[in-house]
Design a binder for this molecule. Structure first.
Ligand SMILES: [Fe+2]
Ligand SMILES: [Fe+2]
Length: 325
């Protein structure tokens, strides 16, 4: 293809996105679009799957059958989100094995929030309420992103995320209506999860390298700082309603802006966790790699079975041909 032809294709491509048309896997797309989408969708898929670990830790210890059923359903939803997203990513021409390899070797990232430990039952409340709450804010705009398989997967994912958020908030409500010990446990969980949840919305706009291009492709509709502000403005009244105190002495309603002002985020901590030095990075990777290695015999058996089936089919069609001739 000549350079001019490629330029024409690129222009047509950008025009389609501007018209809000969906880009489908077999459509022509610039290489950079494909690579950026593989990176973002796979990071998202890895986050869903690694994100099962902190909560999976509490399934056997949920305080009642009702709580256990809800938590189990929530964690299973996350597995489902991972599967839709890996499938969407594969349509861009990368295999599932390659994607797993990138995660297991540390080449691919996942959301740094999942590198924090879940030490009490209240953490299940805080995670659903705050982490899934922040995820919704990040993900709702993606229902309108330009890549068709990603946008369609996000519609269902977002519906389930809103159940997760309510499930978590309900745990917090219950604890805040309980004994002093339960109230303290809820407050302690908020104290530990608040700041990492704010970090989850990504580095500040000044440090975010992909924002401009992603806005063009509708992979992003709002900047990280805008999303963070939206999350804070929405969450603070929810905390106040049930008597929780946001652990930020600088948090103050700003009449003029119609938004909350808030304190400095510890970005050094964020980058440390991203680089692999969070409290649970090693354990999370150990669990994922262990699951992959432990599942090897299942994959081998499935492959052997499908090869056998294939052989049988070939034999049958060969003998059928013989009979006919
Ligand atoms: Fe999810
Ligand atoms: Fe979720």
């Amino acid at each position: 293809m000549s350079e001019e032809q490629i330029r024409n294709l690129e222009t047509q491509f950008e025009e389609r996105i501007a018209r809000d048309e969906k880009i489908e896997p077999k459509d022509w797309m610039p290489e950079k679009y494909r690579k950026t989408h593989i990176r973002q969708i796979s990071q998202h898929a890895h986050s869903e799957v690694v994100g099962m670990l902190p909560e999976g830790n509490w399934i056997t210890r949920a305080p009642s059958l009702r709580r256990k059923v809800a938590l189990l359903a929530k964690v299973q939803d996350e597995a489902g989100h991972g599967l839709y997203l890996y499938s969407a990513c594969e349509t861009l021409g990368i295999s599932r094995d390659e994607l797993y390899e990138q995660l297991h070797s540390g080449k691919a990232k996942y959301s740094s929030i999942f590198n924090y430990p879940t030490v009490t039952w209240a953490d299940m409340g805080a995670i659903g309420w705050l982490v899934d709450g922040a995820a919704i804010i990040n993900q709702v705009p993606l229902c309108n992103t330009s890549f068709g398989p990603y946008a369609r997967a996000m519609v269902r994912v977002c519906k389930e995320e809103s159940f997760h958020q309510r499930q978590g908030y309900e745990i917090m409500i219950k604890l805040m209506n309980g004994t002093q010990e339960q109230k303290d446990m809820a407050q302690d969980a908020l104290n530990r999860w608040w700041w990492p949840s704010l970090m989850m919305l990504g580095p500040t706009d000044a440090e975010s390298v992909h924002t401009e291009q992603s806005m063009k492709w509708k992979l992003k509709r709002k900047s990280n700082d805008d999303l963070r502000q939206q999350f804070i403005d929405q969450t603070v009244p929810q905390a106040e309603l049930i008597g929780l105190v946001i652990p930020d002495p600088d948090l103050k309603w700003n009449e003029e802006r119609g938004s909350y002002d808030f304190g400095e985020i510890n970005w050094d901590e964020f980058w440390q966790v991203v680089k692999g030095h969070g409290p649970m990075n090693k354990e999370r990777m150990k669990a994922r790699v262990g699951a992959w290695e432990g599942g090897e015999w299942v994959r081998d058996a499935a492959m052997a079975y499908s090869e056998k089936q294939q052989e049988r089919k070939e034999k049958q069609s060969a003998s059928l041909k013989k009979e006919v001739s």
